[in-house]
Design a protein around this ligand. Sequence first.
Ligand code: VGL
Ligand code: ZN
Length: 212
Amino acid sequence: MPALTTDDTTDALLVIDVQNDFCPKGALAVPKGDEVVPVVNRLIPRFAHVLLTQDWHPPGHRSFASAHAGKRPFETTELSYGTQVLWPDHCVQGTEGADFRRDLQYGKAELIIRKGFRLEIDSYSAFFENDRRTPTGLSGYLRTRGFKRLFMAGLATDFCVNYSAVDGAALGFEVVVLEDGCRAIDLVGSLAAAKDAMTKAGVTLATSGAVL
Ligand code: VGL
Ligand code: ZN
């Protein structure tokens, strides 16, 4: 018996960044990132409404270490909005690395929200870019569609899932992160910090078994 009963009118599944570059052999491979695919594929049929996010950077994006002389991936730098982790070039618009995993069964997705497309601003969250002010438009979409509770899974737990979950909760949505449907990058304790931040924000951490 699933522990949580889903509501076809007010619940949505938000699948975060299940893209080639975040999976093994990808440019910013999340360890075991591909393991989220079978979990998400089991979740999708259980939800009436499925939405996806897609990390979608222009070439030369400011979050890329290659855009900063003398910097290497996973170092940080100060951008106009604060400290930014620098990443390997990844999820460049229109490249195979930016495509969803081929085995992700996402045909029924009703919305694909792209983020990180402004050259100067990174965007971990599905709601606000990393300047913490620029909205993606997702909250308006969710509200006008009447969604109240969001189940989240995808990549990476400690970056895009975490920021999306915390922002979603702050915006007044009920947020449930299905942890076995996520994998983390885990840079110097970032997974533990992310779990702490999500818990403090009122996000429910559960496993896919809660709804399957
Ligand atoms: C992500 C780092 C850079 C993510 C995206 O999807 O978690 N992380 N861009
Ligand atoms: Zn990115």
